[in-house]
Design a protein around this ligand. Sequence first.
Ligand code: KG4
Ligand code: ZN
Length: 348
Amino acid sequence: MRGAETVVLGIESSCDETAAALVTGDRRIVAQRIASQEAAHAPYGGVVPEIAARAHAEKLAPLIEAVLDDAGIALADCDAVAATAGPGLIGGVMVGLVTAKALAMASDKPLIAINHLEGHALSPRLADPKLDFPYALLLVSGGHCQILQVDGVGRYTRLATTIDDALGEAFDKTAKILGLPYPGGPAVEELATEGNPNAVPLPRPLVGSGEPHFSFAGLKSAVLRAAESGRHDRADIAASFQHAAIDCICDRLQHALEEMDEVTALVVAGGVAANGHVRQALERLAAGRGLRFVAPPLELCTDNAAMIAWAGIERLRQGASDPLDISARPRWPLDPRAAPVRGAGYKA
Ligand code: KG4
Ligand code: ZN
């Protein structure tokens, strides 16, 4: 496959997906493999860090070999090795980063340490060559819930974050309350299709508030009370939760967009961007404000290594590379200037 194009090997291991991918500068995902640990964590209803780290250590090397085989290239043909260096579960991040360091050293190629959130933030540009900076980004995953203005690679201004739970976390907790399997987001979305979104009165925390942030803890507690009351159908609770959560996102986005200038697109990224109702609501919101709406294909929304390889390409184009003694970071904000938010935990 080797032509003149840059090709970067990407590695992702920050949560419960072990992934490797090869991506070219002309936006081709030449090969990618993902080993999900869902089955290993399912009995616990969430990700167990020690189980995750062990599984990454077992699966990563064979996955990397497999993507190189799939593409028919050798490590020596790659231009750089990019790996998630944080934020995330530190054991898993270390497995990926140490592996990347060894490969970079053995092949004498540059190492690029990628912020996992930057992988999500730039992933829409892998899928859409027309997406230029600056854009408004809603980043919604299991650990993060932020609105950012993206002015360029490495140039992020955070306008909002969550003061308690992330949106994906709220989906996962709702799923647990409703007795649905882990991971909860897709299960809640599916059950919601059978329910009435207006059947259960639920709060919309911070909607209409002058402060910019998100809050989902009160919504989750209300879901718990509704479920425990025994008065509501589970599908109605799922649909009403999803409806309330979407109202919150749209309100917070409207608020943040007032603070941004010159953005031409509204972009959604992260695992919750896989939700069809979330996408539809954002598409309507964008159309109402004369903005393009861009959402990456589903396989690029949840954790994957193609987005890490792509972020590596974007960074490589800027001449970036990192020293082999760089450390893994459990916390790593995209916008270091953003003020910490009380109660936000590692989501800040
Ligand atoms: O980006 P991601 O794969 O991992 C993190 O970096 O957190 O996001 C995973 C999150 C989980 O909370 C999962 O429940 C949620 O994304 N998710 C969804 C859907 N698919 C995944 N939430 C709502 N609807 C979905 N269809
Ligand atoms: Zn993620």
